[in-house]
Design a protein around this ligand. Structure first.
Ligand SMILES: *Cc1c(COP(=O)(O)O)cnc(C)c1O
Length: 703
């Protein structure tokens, strides 16, 4: 029995369980209620269960299920005939080191804020599935990103529950003598120490650096408190720990690195540490730069100039003076690498420019974003035309197994062996779909929507209770004949993402009367679910949340438009699987890629989006809907008016009538045709297996 307990412990300490349905079910089965209470964290769950209970239960059928999962897990870890072994054998030996300021792997590990983190999490999982030797590098944030609640006025309130290493699947990195491995860094005039941890993500390892240790001066302990927390000074310190600390850690571990991948500019200081190492080995500056450039690749994610990290010369000087002196590098040589204007080294230092200057390849994250990036950085290369700017693109995707669900997985497994097969090619998807009757597909939609609604009522009762508006809200509904007005019969639209203002969350409220008619049409009603966090410093984003909450409380929208607090990976999974339509209305071209809409597809959801990010590539006229055709206006008001008009128009004239157009068996045949089209055209392309293969063949393998 002891070895079974050990197997369960081991399983809880590798995040592989988070994308394996049977492993998840196993933990949930121990105690469904406790599983909810510990936020789906198996390490925490096992802390609450005595060995006596485990021993007794393992004797019974539970033990058999565990054996089954353990077998799959061990087979996964020891598989040698992987995609990488066949297609990129050198990268099963030497490592790809992937640096990112955030990783969204599971809701119980709160070291992410939004899309960038979710992308990193999905990237490392696919890299593991495909068999690359892959290490992630990030920070361990003691407080993570905030937990969101709303006060009675609908204003966002942030709190920061602590994350304890012992409650997470974190392992300490140790020296051969068993002591903690500590990285030493020069920041300003101080020596700062970072402790190293790692987490197992399938076959891959994710290393995390944290500064909350007694050896540090008090104000340096907080560097890694919060994801994107604090001021500019905090930001530069975080980026020094991530970039420079990360390279030092890899060297200390003796990891033989084939390529350093900077996921966004936050980690670009890694190039400075690599440069210092090259100089130390005796190379001249120009030669050293060339050598660093040969080792690095860079992905940019920000299509707006103001969104890029920039530091003043003074701040750079303050933070790097000692470091550069110790390494014999002249300050202006570093400034030159990060300036947009080499004739003036007194301007701002831009992390993206540093990354572009010191990487052998650079890419945007969708076709459109590639174009925008080439235009935005043309001046850095002194290129005559945009076409000559050496920035390519690889469109983002999602890790399919992570975005499935118990019901969806078992649905597809009636027709094929796995979601992987379903998404291996459009032909494979079409072949599977040919076996699926409309009645079954429609049944899946009902099942998933019912799950979402059940979830929302449980979730809302908590949320409204602490907002002290529980009774007024819920009872207003019970005065009508239906107590729970949300209904799986009703067309359900979802909108959830960070509340950055360019994403224009409240756009659908532009014309309240029109929206009132749409939502309350007795023959063809609509319900809308919102969720999302605004960055703690972003008051404009918080006003957007407040606006939506106030609208949702209007009598005509009560119980039909809902705002769910504390958007995170768990809430996202519920929403993307339950809704019929996923709405996305950013200001084009400010959404570099976006990925949330890709998550809905295998659940039978359809996208309704401004042609921005990944959508113009994927949209074919039959697999969802477009809001306008990419018309761009100079003034925001004009743009909003135009896009809102398009949104209402398509909603009223296409989406709603198609959803409610039923055959004699009450099946929306035309709707399901679109669902089938989306599954065949989007599923096989917009996933991270395809994406990581593209990165490997195009950028990781050294030509
Ligand atoms: C997928 C996801 C995102 C990214 O959504 P976009 O629409 O691409 O901005 C952000 N947050 C969470 C929790 C997600 O799951």
């Amino acid at each position: 029995m002891r070895h079974k307990i050990a197997a369960l412990q081991k399983l809880s300490r590798n995040l592989w369980w988070s994308w394996n349905t049977e492993a998840k079910e196993l933990f949930k089965e121990i105690s469904p209620l406790l599983w909810e209470r510990v936020n789906h964290n198996p390490v925490e769950l096992l802390h609450h269960i005595s060995n006596d209970e485990l021993m007794a239960r393992l004797d019974y059928e539970f033990g058999e299920k565990l054996d089954n999962v353990t077998e799959q897990f061990e087979a996964y870890l020891t598989e040698t005939d992987t995609w990488a072994a066949q297609n990129a054998p050198s990268l099963t030996e030497k490592a790809v080191a992937y640096f990112s300021a955030e990783f969204g792997i599971h809701e119980s590990v709160r070291i992410y804020s939004g899309g960038l983190g979710v992308l990193s999490g999905d990237h490392i999982k696919s890299a593991s599935d495909l068999g690359l030797n892959f290490v992630g590098i990030t920070l361990f944030y003691k407080e993570g990103y905030f937990r969101q609640s709303l006060n009675q006025q609908g204003w966002q309130v942030e709190d920061y529950p602590l994350q304890y290493p012992e409650s997470l699947p974190l392992e300490k990195v140790t020296n051969p003598d068993g002591t903690d491995l500590i990285i030493s860094l020069d920041i300003a005039q101080s020596e700062v120490f970072a402790q190293a941890w790692y987490m197992n993500v399938g076959r891959a390892k994710l290393y995390l650096l944290g500064t909350n240790i007694p050896a540090n001066e008090a104000h340096y302990r907080d560097i890694c408190s919060r994801v994107y927390g604090g001021d500019q000074n905090m930001r530069i310190n975080q980026e020094i720990v991530l970039g420079i600390g990360g390279v030092k850690l890899l060297k200390a571990l003796g990891i033989d690195t084939a390529v350093y991948h900077m996921n966004e500019g936050h980690s670009a200081f890694l190039t400075v540490e690599l440069l210092a190492k090259e100089l130390e080995s005796g190379k001249k500056l120009e030669e050293a730069k060339k050598s660093v450039k040969q080792q690095c690749v860079f992905t940019t994610h920000t299509p707006v100039p103001a969104g890029h990290d920039r530091f003043s010369r003074d701040m750079m000087h303050y933070s790097f003076d000692k470091y550069l002196q110790n390494n014999g590098i002249a300050f202006d040589e570093i400034m030159k690498l990060g300036t947009e204007d080499p004739s003036n080294l007194h301007g701002l230092f831009t992390m993206t420019v540093l990354a572009l200057n010191l990487s052998r390849s650079a890419n945007g994250v969708s076709k459109l974003h590639g174009e925008v990036s080439r235009e935005m950085w043309q001046h850095i290369y002194g290129a005559e035309s945009r076409k000559q700017v050496p920035i390519g693109h690889i469109t983002n995707g999602i890790h399919i197994p992570s975005w499935g669900s118990g019901f969806t997985d078992s649905f597809w497994r009636q027709y094929t062996d796995s979601l992987d097969t379903l998404t291996s090619s459009p032909e494979a998807a079409a072949e599977v779909l040919a076996k699926v009757p409309d009645e079954q597909l429609w049944g899946l939609r009902y099942r998933l929507k019912r799950n979402l609604i059940d979830f929302i009522y449980r979730y809302l009762s908590n949320q409204l209770f602490h907002q002290h508006i529980y009774t007024s809200y819920m009872e207003a509904d019970s005065s009508k004949s239906t107590k729970n007005p949300l209904s799986p019969d009703v067309l359900t639209i979802g909108f959830a993402r960070r509340f950055a203002t360019y994403k224009r969350a409240p756009l659908i409220f532009s014309d309240i009367e029109r929206l009132t008619r749409i939502v309350n049409n007795p023959a063809m009603p609509v319900q809308i679910i919102f969720a999302g966090k605004a960055h703690p410093h972003d008051d404009a984003g918080k006003h957007y949340i407040q606006q939506i909450v106030e609208h949702a409380r209007l009598p005509q929208f009560k119980g039909k438009i809902i705002f769910l607090e504390n958007y995170n990976l768990g809430v996202a999974k519920r929403m993307i699987s339950g809704v019929d339509v996923w709405l996305n209305n950013p200001i084009r071209p400010m959404e570099a890629s976006g990925t949330s809409g890709q998550k809905t597809v295998l659940h039978g959801g359809l996208n309704f989006s401004v042609p921005d990010g990944w959508w113009p590539e994927a949209y074919n006229g039959e697999n969802g809907w477009s809001i306008g055709s990419g018309e761009q206006f100079e003034h925001h008001e004009e743009q909003d008016r135009h896009d809102a008009e398009q949104l209402y128009d398509v909603l009223e004239n296409q989406i709603i009538p198609t959803f409610y157009d039923r055959n004699l068996d009450n099946i929306p045949v035309k709707w399901l045709k679109k669902v089938r089209n989306a599954i065949t055209t989007i599923g096989p392309v917009y996933n991270t297996h395809r994406m990581v293969k593209d990165y490997t063949m195009k950028y990781y393998l050294d030509e």
